[in-house]
Ligand binder design. Structure first.
Ligand SMILES: [Mn+2]
Length: 321
């Protein structure tokens, strides 16, 4: 069987007009991969369209060309190929997922465990730290030029999806790719500053309140935090401001699982889970209709209160820790 990465390279070399998409509420890996590949394809003389349902959120708008995204699909839908990056599930592409995936050929590059197959040509590797790491290897095969801007995007993708090279998915290859990207003259301290030390006062005050909601169970092995719409309103923040908050309870020595319960504006409760070691939170997320990685997963549930859902989750999680 031929390597899907080689087949993707063949398609991209031939293509002139390329559409790049990712998942809704895109994170560093999603946007970094999309932009990183976009920079290379553009340098190869191709016409590149970067699609995202929403404009790039504050915090990731330092990424070079993050202002180039289109938020609606062009009328003339005549791309030579479309590529979905970091999308574990077709539905995660958002409102226009069905239209998007009808495009042929539709290429998928992803590293999510429990990836739901879609598209025509898939390169899915669960062992990879990030889609950014895969895009780097693809770009090497493609032989396209890596600019400093491209290196910044791919480095950000890898940095954010590995929790700053701390998660188990970080391999020697991940570090070599990061080292190679540093050779292009990117300022990694500055990138870390953009990612980690870029809070607004409102956001820090929101964190203060969210951490005040901390509850510990099962001999301090399960930590639960939550945020309500009322709290977002009171602090003048949005759901996007809670990004990475889940990592704070993770710092507790005894903790094995962190649950973050988020009341969303559309009357759903969003749940993010992070685990250390052997606890498989993706399995738990799947039993609630969601998905993710073994130690980073989530789901959304309608018609339920935070309290009810917390009770049900504790029943599932307690035997696992
Ligand atoms: Mn990712």
């Amino acid at each position: 069987m031929s390597n899907p990465a080689d087949e993707i390279v063949d398609l991209l070399v031939q293509a002139q007009k390329v559409l790049l998409v990712t998942h809704v509420f895109p994170d560093g890996d999603a946007l970094g991969s999309q932009l990183g590949l976009g920079h290379v394809l553009e340098a190869m003389g191709k016409e590149v369209y970067l699609y995202s349902e929403e404009p790039v959120a504050h915090g990731l708008d330092f990424l070079p060309c993050s202002d180039k995204f289109i938020t609606s699909l062009p009328d003339a839908y005549d791309f030579d190929c479309a590529v979905a990056l970091d999308c574990g599930d077709m539905r995660r592409m958002g409102t226009h997922a069905k239209t998007l995936v009808e495009h042929q050929p539709f290429i998928v590059i992803d590293h999510h465990a429990g990836h739901q197959d879609f598209g025509d040509l898939r390169w899915v590797d669960h062992s990879r730290s990030s889609t950014g790491e895969m895009v780097y290897d693809l770009v090497r095969l493609l032989g396209g030029p890596i600019s400093k801007d491209c290196a910044c995007c791919l480095y950000t993708a890898i940095l954010t999806d590995t929790g700053s090279f701390r998660y188990e998915s970080t391999t020697p290859h991940t570090m070599r790719v990061a080292a190679d990207l540093m050779e292009y003259g990117i300022n990694t301290t500055e990138i870390c500053g953009h990612i980690y030390d870029n809070y607004t006062k409102k956001r820090l005050q929101l964190l203060q309140q969210v951490l005040a909601s901390l509850q510990l169970y099962a001999d301090d092995k399960i930590a639960i935090i939550q945020v309500s719409q009322a709290l977002l309103k009171a602090t003048g923040t949005t759901g996007a401001d809670t990004e990475l908050f889940i990592n704070f309870p993770r710092s507790l020595k005894t903790v094995k699982v962190v649950v973050f319960l988020k009341e969303t504006s559309d009357n759903l409760v969003g749940v993010s889970m992070r685990a250390k070691g052997e606890v498989d939170v993706a399995k738990v997320a799947r039993s609630f209709g969601g998905g993710g990685h073994i130690n980073a997963a989530g789901f959304k549930m309608p018609d339920v209160t935070i309290e009810e859902l917390q009770k049900r989750l504790l029943a599932e999680l307690t035997p696992l820790v």
